[in-house]
Ligand binder design. Structure first.
Ligand code: CS2
Ligand code: MG
Length: 408
């Protein structure tokens, strides 16, 4: 069974998505997600100009060989654009193989290790009353774990908190804006560090000790600031504290780790197992945050999880709305199969996005359950998609109050 055709599909049902569709000589269709928020067209070009032409006529079953061919064979390896493109090919080939076998994809990854993948949702508010409403809304929807983000007094917009008029349910958490240049936000680390512990104290007082709570510092702290934050949040028993430092400096986490027992999660901007080498070998984190979409697909992410499992480090797959339903479906198939599953991020896509991508996974009792259809269980509707063409959008740029560019 040979790969006969590859189509790169770009659509924007409220936000941009890049999808690869591979079609075999037997007419079997596979889908892969290649969405890189704010840089979508670079991956579309990498796929259309440099990858799809190499796939035509290749054995559709040779997943590992194709992965190595695209990774080692490109010479210029790693990086988000390359690894998102490889991810899309890899995921589409797994989708095809599972369809040919007549099995849901997780069966090819070892079968079920659990009934469902526990997820966490995003509660946020500019202030405590808004945050509490958001937490209650999530509990009513059935969430059993919740990420907590709030505004900082004196700051107009802060990462993870809606800052514009609500354009529809839940979609307001999408940080990319459809503007010609990125919007700019401002930041003060000292104000943030003073504020966050009081937020968690209030949430614990209101919602009790049992609810798993998470928090994302979005790469903004130095190691010593991160250590202080972890320590100050210890009384509130977090499930995890995410991306405390810009972790391309993996050694920085040694200092953080020495000072706090708050569990740490890192990796949404990582692309390969090499990005985790020190973090995993020295047991500096507790959860691996990568997405199938950004780490070379199921093949690439499985490699990271297997390495992590030898150190009791668990999965925490990145699942914001910029991972398409194709990428999320792949995550759920992988999450249900691996032994070292931790938790899955699940923000929910807009109704319009789910009209383009018809996802077969379901949200039941606070967890995601994969589709039982052969393959990934996601269909792409070209007719709906063509009414929603690409629109330029950027993630924000962050500045300190004196104007210095800071990590966003
Ligand atoms: C976030 C993301 O999900 C998360 O934890 O950090 O929302 C991130 O900001 C986006 O994926 C950027 O595209
Ligand atoms: Mg994050």
């Amino acid at each position: 069974m040979l790969i006969e055709r590859g189509e790169v599909l770009v659509c924007s049902p409220g936000r941009n998505f890049v999808t690869l569709r591979l079609v075999t000589s037997d007419g079997v269709v596979g889908l892969g997600d290649a969405t890189l928020n704010g840089r979508e067209l670079s991956v579309a070009s990498y796929l259309a100009d440099h990858v799809v032409p190499l796939l035509i006529g290749r054995d559709a079953h040779a997943i590992e060989d194709t992965w190595q061919y695209l990774y080692r064979g490109a010479y210029w390896r790693r990086g988000p654009v390359t690894m998102a493109a490889i991810a899309a090919v890899d995921t589409a080939l797994w989708d095809i193989k599972a369809k040919v076998c007549g099995l849901p994809l997780y069966q090819l990854l070892g079968g079920r290790s659990r009934r469902s993948c526990l997820v966490y949702g995003h509660a946020s508010g500019r202030d405590l009353p808004e945050l509490f409403d958001s937490v209650r809304g999530h509990l009513e929807l059935g969430y059993r774990a919740i990420r907590i983000q709030t505004g900082i007094p004196g700051f107009e917009s802060v990462y993870g908190v809606a800052s514009v008029a609500k354009s529809g349910p839940r979609y307001d958490y999408e940080p990319a804006r459809r503007t010609a240049v990125p919007v700019e936000e401002s930041w003060d680390t000292r104000a943030y560090l003073r504020h966050v512990p009081s937020v968690f104290e209030a949430v614990r007082n209101e919602f009790g000790p049992a609810l798993p709570l998470l928090h994302d510092a979005h790469h903004r702290l130095t190691p010593i600031q991160a250590a202080r934050l972890g320590k100050s949040l210890e009384p509130y028993d977090l499930f995890w504290l995410e991306d405390v430092t810009p972790a391309e400096n993996q050694e920085a986490l040694r200092l953080v780790r020495q000072h706090t027992t708050t569990p740490l999660a890192i990796g949404e901007v990582f692309n390969t197992v090499w990005d985790y080498q020190t973090l995993i070998r020295e047991q500096l984190i507790d959860y691996v945050r990568s997405a199938v979409t950004h780490t070379g697909g199921i093949t690439g992410l499985r490699r990271i999880f297997d390495f992590a499992s030898t150190y009791q480090i668990k999965s925490g797959i990145h699942g914001p709305t910029d991972i398409s339903p194709v990428g999320l479906a792949a995550a759920v198939h992988l999450g249900i199969a691996i032994h070292n599953f931790g938790i899955q991020e699940y923000m929910r896509h807009s109704a319009l996005t789910e009209e383009v991508f018809r996802p077969g996974y379901s949200f039941v009792d606070g967890g995601l359950v994969p589709s039982e259809e052969p393959g990934l269980g996601v269909d792409y509707d070209d007719d709906v998609a063509k009414n929603h063409p690409y629109e330029a959008a950027y993630l924000p740029v962050n500045r300190l109050t004196d104007g210095t560019v800071h990590d966003w």
